[in-house]
Design a protein around this ligand. Sequence first.
Ligand code: KIV
Ligand code: ZN
Length: 513
Amino acid sequence: MARKIMIFDTTLRDGEQSPGASMTMSEKLTLAHQLAHLNVDVIEAGFPFSSPEDFNSVSRIAAEVQGPTICGLARTREDDITSCYEAVKHAEKHRIHTFVGTSRLHLEKKLRKTAEQVLQMAVESVAYAKSLTPDVEFSAEDAMRTDLAYLRDVVEAVIEAGASTVNIPDTVGYTTPWVMEQTIRYLFENVSNIGEAVISVHCHDDLGLSVANSLAAVRAGAGQVECTVNGIGERAGNASLEELVMALRTRADQFDAYTDVNTREIVKTSKMVSSFTGFAVQPNKAIVGQNAFRHEAGIHQHGVLMDRQTYEIMEPQDVGWSETVLTLGPRSGKHGMRKRLEDLGYEITDEQVDAIYNRFIEVADKKKQVYDEDLEIIMRQATSELPETWVLAGLGISYDIGKQPTATVRLEKEGEIYEQTGQGNGPVEASYDAIDRIIEIPVALEDYALRAVTRGKDAIGEVTIRVERNGDGAMGRAAGTDVVWASAAAYLNAINRLIIRSGMNERPNQDTP
Ligand code: KIV
Ligand code: ZN
C-alpha cells in the first residue's frame, strides 16, 4: 500500500535564513496561511530563541494558522528549547525541533566536545523537550558526514529519549543519491527501535542533488522530507518543495508513496515567496519557472497540439498555472475584476476590493488591456501590508543635451512633503540620488533587476532591487507601466523595509525642505 510522505516546509526558517531573503512579520503570516492552503504537514515557522522578532512571528503563526503542525527550531540548550515551546505552544498541533552537530568536524571544531558528550546533550535535550510536548524532532546536523556507527547510536538514543521524528540532514549538500539510500537503509536495518519514529531527511543543494537525494531517502523508507518553496535556503538552498511533490506524484510508480499537498496551490505559493523575498524564479525552473510548460520549437508545438502528452509529463493546471487570458480593461467593473481574481484562486476580502479596484483602474486607463499577470501584481501592490514610512509623491525627470539627467523627487512622510533634485548617469540613478538627499540614510545598491511582466510595449515593468546598510540587507519591489517610477518606488520600498527592521526611523537633518 502506498505510504504517505510528510511534507515539512522550512521556507520560513531555513529559507528565510538565506542572505537577503528576510520577510516582514505580516509577510511571514500571509505565507504561513498560504502554506496551510497548500496543505503541507509541518510548517517550521522560525527559530524563536534567535531574536525577539522570530519569537513573535512563530507565536503569531502558532496562534493563527490552522491545519499544519507548527514547529520551531532550538539548539540543545534548555533556554532555547523553553523559548521554542513558549512560541509554538499556542498551536493545536505543535512540535519542538532540536538539533546538534554529529560529524567529527562539528564535534572537534565547532562544539569542542567528545562524541559521548554530544550524545548526552542530544538525549537530555530530547527528554526535556518531550517533557513539554509529545511531538519532538531531533536533527543530527551534518549527518551525511557523520561516522555511520555513531549516527546509529545517536538515532537509537534519541528515539529512546522520546524523539518522534529523527532527521538526517545533508547540511552541506555533500552526499549523492546512492549514498543517501544506503545510509537510510543502514539505519532501518541497524537501529533497534527505528519503528518508533519517523525518519526524515533535510537536503541542501550545494551540488544540485538535494531533490534526488531526498527522493533516494524516500525509496529507502524515509517518511518525511524537509524542503522549501522555490528551493530557497542557506547558500545554494534546500530541496525544492514543488519538485519533490511533483516527482512523487508524477513518478508514483517509482515510490509507491504520496503526499497530501494541494498541488494546484503550488504556483501561487511560489509567486508569493518570490514576491516577499525578492528572489526571482529562473524562467527554466522545473514546475514553477515561466517556461516550464511553454513550447518553442515548431516540432514540439505541433506535437502538443496533436496530444499534450507528447512533450508534457504534467498538466500545467495541476500545479496551478492558468492559461493567460486577456480579460479586463478600463471599462471592467469591480465585480468582474473580483471574479477574475477568484478564478485565479485568490480570496479577496470586501475591504481589499476597493483598494485593488482603484489601482486596477489607474493601470487599466494607461494600459487598456489588463492580463492575469498584471492583475496579480496590482493585487499584491494594493494589499501589501508593509507600512510605508516614505511614500513616493512625485517624480519629474529632465534631460538636456550634453548634460546628465536630473530627477526631482517629492516624498511624503507623516503628511509632510520633502523635495530634492538629484543627478546620475541615467534617470534611475538621478532619482536614487534625489531620494538619498531627502532620506539621508545612505544605503548601497547591491542588485537591480527589471523584467516585463506581460507582453507588448505597454507591459508592466517589475523592478526588484536589493540594498544594504551596515551588513543588513533588504529587498524592494515595485511595478508599473513607467519603469523609472517603478525603480524609484522599489528603492523606497527597500529603504522602508530596512527602517522597519532596524527601527531607524530618524531623518537626521530635518532642515532640508
Ligand atoms: O541544514 C541543517 O542541518 C539544518 C538543521 C538545523 C536541520 O538546517
Ligand atoms: Zn538546513
